[in-house]
Design a binder for this molecule. Structure first.
Ligand SMILES: [Zn+2]
Length: 353
């Protein structure tokens, strides 16, 4: 299913749930004990119709509204360590939320950190250790930039050449969706980087210059880490699709990524986010590896709230994405009720398989 079709369906689903108050009726059944929120970029919205990666960003105002809503609802905003304690000890007296950011973007420090500090709430940033070392490979962003400045794009994926027209916003969006998912489906991740690097070069996109400034350097991460409200987690070394790597490589990515962050912040790193985090990139083997390597918690991008039963699956935790496409507090209310994700998960409470 195309992501546009899917997002329209999601939007319709939310509207239906909201209007019928079905979510209120479902709430006792599905609300769980808490939730881990997932964010990427926090920054003011930009103009322009072609922003295919917009689902990875929310505005500072939206983040503020979420925190106000949590405060008004007297939901505890807690660290991942405290979440781990409550889960394993079975301390479910109060509903809780953890706030997490993936990838270590500089806007987290510039825009989100002042807001989070004002509310005195803890949060975690998951850092892929190559990103602060000027080795970030944000291919999804390079793909967007290449399509934005071209009328046609030609890309070679798996020995097949795809040529797509992309002269206006609608065809640019269609081209992005098609190429993004074709690339995601590559069995060998190196193929994605080769294809996008070639496309970027042909389109005059300087991948390093365009994406490097988006990620925090170690100095910035180390400064943030001195704040007791901040947890720095790991997100592998190279932001790899772990499930597509050999077990040896996956283990190395997990270990080396953790060690690199520990060496910088001088403190144990016990929390992991699987890059991409969907079924195709993090599954049973990765959940087992993370547990074997001693991570206290590991989060996916599978949508859902936390249930008591997740205490037996602490390296396979779902999250709720705060998504730039749905910056409406009603969507948050529905999401947080757990009804939308329960529908998506077919009412299975723990989707760890
Ligand atoms: Zn990521």
């Amino acid at each position: 299913m195309g992501s546009h079709v899917r997002s329209t369906l999601i939007r319709l689903g939310f509207e239906t749930l909201y209007r019928t108050s079905a979510y209120a009726a479902l709430q006792p059944l599905v609300q769980g004990v808490g939730a881990v929120l997932m964010l990427h970029h926090v920054r003011p919205s930009r103009v322009g119709e072609f922003q295919p990666n917009r689902l990875l960003e929310v505005t500072p105002e939206y983040l503020t509204s979420i925190l106000e809503r949590l405060e008004a609802a007297r939901v505890d905003v807690i660290t991942l360590d405290e979440m781990h304690r409550r889960m394993v000890e079975g301390d479910f007296a109060r509903r809780f939320v953890c706030i997490t950011f993936d990838d270590g973007y500089r806007d987290n420090k510039e825009w989100a950190y002042p807001i989070l500090s004002r509310f005195s709430v803890p949060f975690c940033i998951y850092v892929p250790s190559a990103f602060p070392e000027h080795r970030c490979r944000l291919w999804w962003l390079a793909l967007e930039l290449a399509i934005a400045r071209s009328d046609t794009v030609k890309i070679e994926i798996g020995g097949r050449t795809l040529a797509l027209a992309c002269a206006d916003a609608a065809t640019k969006c269609a081209a992005f969706r098609k190429l993004y998912w074709q690339l995601r489906a590559c069995a060998d991740e190196a193929e994605i980087h080769r294809a996008v690097e070639r496309l970027a070069a042909e389109s005059g996109v300087d991948m390093v210059a365009e994406t490097d400034g988006l990620c925090m350097g170690w100095d910035e991460i180390k400064t943030l880490a001195t704040d007791p409200l901040v947890t720095i987690g790991t997100h592998t070394v190279n932001h790899v699709m772990l499930a597509k790597a050999s077990e040896e490589e996956a283990r190395r990515e997990l270990l080396d990524g953790r060690r690199a962050v520990e060496a910088q912040i001088g403190r144990p790193v016990e929390h992991l986010a699987y890059p991409y985090g969907g079924r195709d990139t993090a599954a049973e083997r990765e959940f087992r590896l993370a547990a074997e390597l001693g991570f206290k918690t590991a989060v996916t991008t599978r949508p859902g709230v936390l249930f008591q039963a997740h205490r037996r699956h602490m390296t396979a935790l779902p999250r709720l994405s705060l998504n730039g496409e749905y910056q409406d507090m009603r969507y948050f209310d529905v999401l947080f009720s757990g009804a939308a994700t329960a529908v998506a998960n077919g009412f299975r409470r723990v989707d760890a398989a």
